[in-house]
Design a binder for this molecule. Structure first.
Ligand code: MLC
Ligand code: AMP
Length: 502
């Protein structure tokens, strides 16, 4: 029996009493403990009737059991669909329904609100709480570990990750076992991860960065995770002297730099700081080196592809660039008439074993973004320099990245446009000192109406995850349009560029 993802990430550690999860308070989960826990969850989800290929949607707080659920899905061949803990009931109903998930695993505190959502989507619901509570946890607790591993191939699907669309409809990116495994192996080698590493894991585990990059790379190498529920500055300051590596979004690094306890001495044991998911300002890179002597290693990836490009471990880590294409990953810059030479700006396209299998149930969207010959059109605009270093210079997609979370303006505009007194709206991203970028909603009132901004904010809170809420709403007489009638968001971005940065 083979199951490449399970065998290499988890099965390889069977019987090992080596540390895997270092928890706040000092408890240690060994690799063997973790596999046994995953085996209990495997038994519980099999008991719930799930078979290989079925989807399990999970909106659960970050905790060791949530990670064991991921391992259990790999073990049983169930497709894992992790969901942002901030998503509201209305957002969840789409993901559960669209994916055809057979089981929704949710936080016990949200069970009441989400039961009708799961039912309407035709999914069973069980609960998993971070303090060892919940019906799925109880079912797992009652079982001896079920160590039977489902037969899978590298081509079989391992996970669906939803990524929002410019039209407002999210797309489920289908990732195969090989997509995940090839990337984890490449990154572990490139970044020199070993069994000696202790990676500070303070990212959420519902996105590529925290789940696949941080966790899978550490699992491939046999190292340990200092497993934190979330980013907490004080905890990071405590952990840094005992750790060897950190992966974070740029907000992690700017927050560390703003704290005077963050010094070179504190980082004496650290060998590597990695940044991604959003642009790291060259200025942050420089300040970081001045303070710590470390050059942050910036890399570039996305939900559909995992990682594509990384600055080198040994060679020059160039500020303001995302580095060189990973071994095995091809990258080209496309213009209107074909690939462009070094130095010219165009659309970044990538191809390789990391590139996903398409969007679930959306063949037209898949065909529009994933060429038949395997090139994926990223939506990011970039340029390659004479040494092969890639820089991202913009986006061809209407997207705001706030603290590493993607926000599609269209989703917010749809909510705003629906409110009484609103004729139309445009949502733009503007620079923000903590989150990098943040959304601002620009609203035009219906003739004679004066929309209540508090009510608009409340409507956004009701419909959308809190991180998507515009940090500022403004009412204007009219939106700037070009001669074709298209809203000129660049003019709005210029106008509000200094709203949060003085
Ligand atoms: C939280 N909030 C945010 C936010 N995170 N608002 C805007 N942008 C964000 N990123 C809101 C919450 O909803 C809440 O709102 C309030 O801020 C406080 O929440 P919190 O949890 O205490 O926030 P904080 O700890 O400050 O979180 C900030 C953060 C976190 C940057 C540490 O967002 C984070 O861990 N981001 C990482 C995202 C990530 O993993 N991205 C990878 C995507 S994968 P309210 O209104 O309720 O008070 C990918 C591919 C790749 O992109 O290349 O990696
Ligand atoms: P997601 O769809 O959440 O996976 O987000 C992927 C997007 O994040 C990419 O398409 C880029 O726009 C952006 N991104 C990821 N890493 C970087 C980086 N290092 N620099 C700039 N943008 C990045």
């Amino acid at each position: 029996m083979t199951n490449p993802l399970y065998d290499e990430l988890f099965g390889a550690h069977a019987g090992k009493d080596t540390p895997f999860l270092l928890l706040p308070g000092g408890a240690v989960v060994t690799h063997a403990d973790f596999l046994a826990r995953a085996g209990q969850f495997a038994g519980a989800i099999r008991g719930a009737g799930l078979a290989p290929g079925d989807r399990l949607a999970a909106q659960v707080e970050k905790c060791p059991d949530a990670l064991a659920l991921y391992a259990a899905c790999a073990q049983t061949g169930v497709v894992f669909l992790p969901l942002n803990t901030g998503y509201t009931a209305s957002e969840l109903s789409y993901f559960i329904g669209d994916s055809g998930a057979k089981l929704a695993v949710v936080d016990p505190a949200k069970a009441g609100a989400l039961a009708p959502v799961a039912e309407a989507a035709g999914a069973a619901m069980m609960t998993l709480g971070a303090s060892g509570d919940g019906s799925l946890v109880e079912a797992a607790d009652a079982l001896a570990p079920d160590m039977d591993v489902a037969e899978r191939t590298g081509e079989d699907l391992a996970a669906f990750l939803y990524t929002s669309g410019t039209t407002g409809r999210s797309k489920g990116a289908m990732l195969s076992q090989d997509n995940l495994l090839s990337n984890a192996r490449t990154l572990a080698e490139l970044w020199r991860f070993t069994a000696e590493d202790v990676l500070i894991h303070a990212l959420p585990i519902f996105h590529t960065h925290g789940l696949f990059v941080a966790t899978n790379v550490t699992l491939v190498a046999g190292g340990a995770l200092a497993f934190e529920a979330k980013f907490d500055l004080d905890r990071l300051i405590e952990l840094l002297p005992k750790a060897t590596a950190l992966m974070g979004v740029p907000t992690f690094y700017t927050r560390l730099l703003d704290d005077e306890r963050f010094t070179k001495e504190l980082c004496a044991n650290m060998r590597l700081f990695i940044s991604g998911s959003a642009p790291l300002l060259a200025e942050t890179h420089v300040r970081f080196e001045e303070r710590t002597g470390h050059r942050i290693l910036e890399r570039y990836g996305m939900t559909e592809t995992n990682m594509n490009v990384s600055n080198p471990y040994d060679g020059e880590r160039r500020a303001g660039t995302v580095g060189l294409p990973l071994p095995g990953v091809e990258l080209r810059i496309m213009g209107d008439d074909g690939p462009l030479p070094a130095g010219e700006v165009g659309m970044i396209e990538v191809r390789g074993p990391n590139v996903f299998k398409g969007y679930w149930g959306m063949p037209e969207k898949t065909a529009a973004e994933l060429r038949a010959d395997g090139w994926f059109i990223t939506g990011d605009l970039g340029v390659v320099d004479a040494d092969g270093y890639v820089s991202i210079v913009g986006r061809n997609k209407d997207l705001v990245i706030s603290g590493g979370f993607n926000i599609y303006p269209k989703e917010i505009e749809l909510v705003l446009d629906d409110q009484p007194g609103v004729l139309e709206s445009a949502v733009i991203g503007v620079p923000h000192p903590d989150f990098g970028e943040t959304p601002v909603g620009v609203v035009v009132a219906e003739p004679g109406a004066s929309p209540d901004l508090g009510a608009l904010d409340a409507a956004c809170r009701e419909a959308l995850a809190a991180f998507k809420r515009p940090r500022k709403l403004v009412v204007v007489d009219a939106l700037p349009r070009n001669t074709m009638g298209k809203v000129q968001k660049n003019i709005l971005r210029d106008e509000y560029a200094r709203l949060f940065t003085g």
